[in-house]
Unconditional design. Sequence first.
Length: 322
Amino acid sequence: MPADASATARAEPPAPLPNRVARLLGVRIPIVQAPMTFIAGATLAAAVSNAGALGIIETTSPQGRADLKRVRDLTDRPVGANVALAMRKDPSVIDLLVEAGVSTVLTSAGDPTVLTGRLHDAGLTVFHVVGSLRNALKAADAGVDGLVVEGVEGGGFKSARAASTLVLLPLVASRVSLPIISAGGICDGPSMAAAIVLGAEGVQMGTRMLASRESPLHDNVKNAVVGADETGTVMISVPGLPTMRVLRTPAAERVLATGRPEVGLDGIPALYFDGDLTASLANTGQVAGRIERVEPVADIVHETWTGCRQILAAAGARANGW
């Protein structure tokens, strides 16, 4: 793909939207960038949206909330936002989203009944992030438009009792009729195709996007992700810290060895933006073990979507021959 792939993607004529997820999000390609705190800002989200997928702005940090406005200088494509309900229950956030021209909201980390009705009243589409069948059923009862079903192999905050995407996704798909975006373990065409076969109509990528050229992370962190193998992440669950999947760094190893929060989350800015891998814990998914290089977002989106369709077509041809 040429170096100006983002410009090429912007110039492409609109194509028929392939499924319910794409239609709800208003995008050509049913791929969503994960709402990573401090990372999911205007530059990354605009690159994803300009590539034909859906960029997401996180609203947990002050910078993220400021980027809701700044992103409009970088793209005229649909852009979504995340609301972590445990941190932002105040309905005033809805005014901020509407003013920014956001059309899709991913809610997470809380009870979807808190804001779903008010988000709908404001004309917003709501996908809720779930990590269990119980929470998926609860979100469906709350009236959300769709689900982001996240397996335990994904990076960031997790339940210590969560299931993998291979188990959780088909289970939820068999019990809930809502359109599903699969998250956790997705980084390319084969993994997206697998999610589609298991019942999803779109995918969310976090670790793959944080290791992109447009990601604001320091190169030390990106290179650590690229250098990780399939055992390169660990689940941390110790008093004083939320349970989360992080990159297997010396800092993470010390926390595991002592069972104590040897480093805190207040060091995340130094980790992310100064490249100090000892400052905190780097939220990263197991799929880091399959990421081989830092690439432009437009290439990641194009190759994932094209590869997914090619793999599904080839699988269909093989099945027809059985």
